[in-house]
Write a protein that binds this ligand. Structure first.
Ligand SMILES: [Mg+2]
Length: 291
């Protein structure tokens, strides 16, 4: 399915791909309607009818993903409501093993998300996934959603990449279609974004249920990196006189052309929040399948 020798960088979606979409689905489809019904003195059914129609009207836009937009529109503190159900935020199985295998194989790991900065901050504080990423690209900073044809050219300005040598994994078919249109060679869909929902089918893209499917190929690619983990002496012996056998991980501290350095020792570079990008949201399961 993938030829890892042809892939330098991996772009990963957050909600539904690295994280369980159960949180977002429960939050937008159940929790927000509940609190909205309470605030308006209406029934839960009437609240859901009203909100689902409003969601539908904004699907695929930055506003749909914008926490501040919904806070203003619904007169509810969306960030606070998320904290009420934050116990549902969870990392999908095998994600950490996959991220570590990518590092061992010398691949650059970049989160590319439509989630609003406030959602990213909440989820990173809960999961600590940012310690396993080199960079986080937030569509709200670029003023274009991943579904938009303007998105990927803007990503190039902050995270230069070769679409022929970059793998992109996402659970949204409209997002994957936009990436295909841009020219990505390697695309993967996620078949089980929400652990509370049945496995989906996907004929249009190569797809995986979870990241365990990618581990054997990745781990087979990085035997030299395993030597590096044994210590500097063994690395020196294993690479002496032959740069071709140099462990992939050994070069990760050197700056590479077209590559960005980590923002800090403890986490990835996150582009600064812009006041004019106040469109919020989270990635919810009301995708094209529900349209
Ligand atoms: Mg997603």
């Amino acid at each position: 399915m993938l030829d890892w020798s042809c892939i330098d960088t991996v772009f990963l979606d957050m909600d539904g791909t690295l994280l369980d979409l159960r949180f977002d689905n429960h939050f937008w489809l159940e929790h927000v309607p509940l609190r909205y019904a309470e605030s308006r003195g209406i029934s839960l059914a009437a609240s859901k009818d009203a909100l689902y129609a409003r969601y539908q009207a904004l699907l695929g836009s930055l506003q749909w993903y914008c926490v501040d937009h919904w806070t203003q529109e619904l007169a509810l503190d969306i960030a606070m409501l998320k904290a009420e159900v934050e116990h549902l935020i969870a990392v999908h199985p095998h994600v950490l093993s996959f991220l570590e295998a990518l590092a061992a194989a010398g691949k650059r790991r970049v989160l590319v998300t439509n989630a609003h900065q406030k959602s990213i901050e909440l989820k990173m504080s809960k999961t600590r996934l940012d310690g396993h990423l080199e960079h986080i690209v937030c569509s709200h900073d670029l003023l274009a959603a991943k579904e938009s044809p303007e998105f990927w050219p803007r990503v190039q300005e902050v995270e230069p990449f070769d679409p022929q040598r970059t793998l992109f994994v996402d659970d949204s078919l409209p997002v994957l279609r936009a990436a295909r249109q841009y020219g990505f060679r390697w695309l993967l869909a996620i078949l089980m974004p929400d652990s509370a929902q049945p496995v989906r089918s996907c004929e249009e893209f190569d797809a995986i249920e979870d990241f365990s499917a990618l581990l054997p190929g990745l781990e087979a690619m990085a035997p030299a990196a395993a030597n590096a983990a044994q210590g500097p002496e063994s690395v020196a012996k294993s690479t002496r006189g032959d740069p071709r056998t140099r462990p992939a991980s050994a070069g990760r501290d050197r700056p590479c052309p077209g590559r960005r350095r980590k923002g800090s020792r403890t986490g990835p570079l996150i582009h600064g929040y812009r006041d004019d990008a106040r469109l919020f949201g989270a990635e919810v399961a009301l995708s094209d399948e529900a349209a």
